[in-house]
Design a protein around this ligand. Sequence first.
Ligand code: SAH
Ligand code: SF4
Length: 368
Amino acid sequence: MKRVNLLEFDVAGLSAYVESIGEKAFRARQLSRWIHQRGAPDFESMTDLARTLRTHLQHRAEIAAPPILRDSASADGTRKWLLDVGAGNAVETVFIPEVDRGTLCVSSQAGCAVNCMFCSTGRQGFSRNLSTAEIVAQLWLAEHALRRSHDDGADERVISNVVLMGMGEPLQNYEALLPALRLMLDDHAYGLSRRRVTVSTSGMVPQIDRLADECPVALAVSLHAPTDELRDRLVPLNRKYPLRELMAACRRYLRVAPRDFITFEYVMLDGLNDSDRHAVELLALVQDVPCKFNLIPFNPFPDSGLARSSAGRIRAFAQRLSDAGIVTTVRRTRGEDIDAACGQLAGEVQDRTRRRERVVPIAAERPR
Ligand code: SAH
Ligand code: SF4
């Protein structure tokens, strides 16, 4: 009989599960605290659960995370796990420590179907959606591994922020994502505030509205272009959900957003989207959407046919936006010595014959 993986459930799901085996619903909260807060690896150690329940779980359930294929640590403290999600697919999770927070960058799919022109994950194509357990397991594994590696063995929380900015388009895997987000927020699990969990999307308009209704965490939108003509080329999803609709969805989201702004991500591509004219067009586009901009210097990969804007151009572009009163940051790449880059090693595992470098930035924000 196949065991039930308890990482698959949010706390409501766990309640339904424990009730289905004849237990009281509140046992789910205890179970959740053991699994997510204390990182209990097995049921035997859950000492305040009745022996009968523990024995039942030992036979029928499991706490199963994908196997770790590689665990690398950068000189700057960035840490990266490569996880085996089966059938030759692997995904990455990256922890980025900063002075005042610890951010985990989580993947939502193996590959991605959106196929943005500048993204190596997109170039890999789409393999499959991750399950809720595979999404949650990234946080579960990372949080408890990081705690164990602290000398003092303290039980203090290490991950303070989660960003869905790893491999994949999270809002194209909405059904599996939602319970994972709920666990991140639940006080009986990770207890993160809604401001500290960010979903990044290339612009799935209907799912932005669903997220607003069902679990309004912080929203980042990968904008990358000020006009439909250019965005159609860079982010093919724009042909389905053009800018006018996307901006309207952002405005609707702001009514419930935990932060009173949308973060717009904008990859800086030399000669393509980085001129002063583009900046002026952007300002017109977002004029009635309270927002911040995060400029991402393009991370080149072979055969991309694209180049990163110069540092001077990025500065000038950022200045244009700041001068208009929009808080603008430039993303700083972290963990370069371990290729802490979404998609890179995952691609290597999926297709060993291709020697392509796959670089998507995992980076920290630096206020200008
Ligand atoms: N699919 C989601 C989230 C994952 S990508 C999205 O697109 O928003 C996280 C960020 O990295 C996105 O803003 C994406 O546009 C950006 N990105 C992808 N490839 C990049 C590259 N080669 N260089 C710089 N940024 C890149
Ligand atoms: Fe997918 Fe995001 Fe990459 Fe676009 S940038 S291909 S949406 S992962």
